[in-house]
Design a protein around this ligand. Structure first.
Ligand code: GUN
Length: 282
């Protein structure tokens, strides 16, 4: 048996078509402001992708490139200005930030109604209460993929590997909201293999190539690989070993699985921010 590959690229394309149609119904073009501090090569590529996704869907993208030595005060001043502007619907600060800028401080400075990453404590709290305003992009993309392939977490054993603020923790909450029984594993989990073997739905977001071996996967499980690593051969790979395809019922490819869905969900959130903004200013 070979797993069905979950096609994130195709689903993302259909989500983008839907966003593009809905953008046309708005009275004003939605606008996303993206702030990149410094020149981290991976971040620069991500930001370029985000701008081209926006263009594809009729969303205006304001691209702020700040020097690596920009102070926290300067970033906060820009965020304040973007918060006040009626023509800016969404604000995204690309992570990681240089060491002189505190992530928590700038995330808390963003107007929660424009926080399309859903990183502001108010939005995180809402996710925790199962009353989200915005869904965090990567976990929301995973949930959309599961839905598309008819994989319902309700009553199933769900195991999340990784406890980051961006993926692991919000992923666990969305699965819990969808009535899964959720276990979160991390670097101090003593017997990762035995916990993973319990999973009907296994989500790996650890960033370690080869971490999830075939013997750690229950036959017929759905396996979602969130990680994007650079393998020893220089090619992109996730956390999941290729042999898992013979054990799982469903598997996401890397690239072409979760990555495109994360990008698509940012557009969904920007559309939602614009819709909310229009209701406020009508
Ligand atoms: N860096 C890596 N992933 C993300 C993300 O989802 N949002 C932001 N803002 N930065 C990131």
């Amino acid at each position: 048996m070979s797993a069905i590959m979950m096609d994130g690229k195709a689903l993302a394309a259909s989500v983008k078509r839907d966003v593009k149609e809905k953008v046309l119904t708005l009275t004003r073009q939605p606008t996303l402001a993206v702030i990149l501090v410094g020149d981290n090569p991976a971040s620069s590529i991500y930001v370029r992708y985000k701008a081209s996704d926006c263009a594809e869907c009729g969303i205006r993208c304001l691209d702020y490139r700040l020097r690596a030595d920009t102070s926290e005060t300067e970033v906060l001043a820009l965020v304040g200005e973007l918060n006040r502007r009626d023509d800016v619907d969404g604000i995204l600060i690309q992570l990681p930030l240089p060491p002189q800028i505190r992530e928590q401080v700038v995330q808390e400075a963003i107007n929660p109604g424009k926080d399309v990453d859903a990183f502001h404590p108010e939005n995180v709290g809402r996710i925790m209460q199962f009353a989200p305003r915005f869904l965090p992009c990567t976990p929301a993309g995973v949930m959309a993929l599961l839905r598309r392939y008819g994989i319902d977490p309700a009553g199933r054993e769900c195991v999340v590997v990784g406890r980051s603020n961006i993926v692991g923790k919000p992923m666990a909450l969305l699965l819990l909201q969808a009535h899964g029984t959720v276990t979160v594993c991390h670097t101090r989990t003593p017997d990762l293999a035995s916990v993973c073997r319990r999973a009907d739905i296994l989500i790996s977001a650890a960033g370690l190539p080869g971490l999830i071996r075939s013997d750690m996967v229950r036959r017929g499980a759905a396996v979602v690989d969130v990680a994007i690593n650079r393998g020893v051969d220089g090619k992109l790979c996730g956390d999941v070993d290729a042999a898992v395809a013979d054990k799982a019922s469903y598997l996401t490819p890397v690239p072409g699985g979760v990555g495109p869905m994360t990008r698509a969900m940012l557009l969904v959130n920007t559309l939602r921010a614009a819709q909310m903004q229009q209701l406020l200013t009508r």
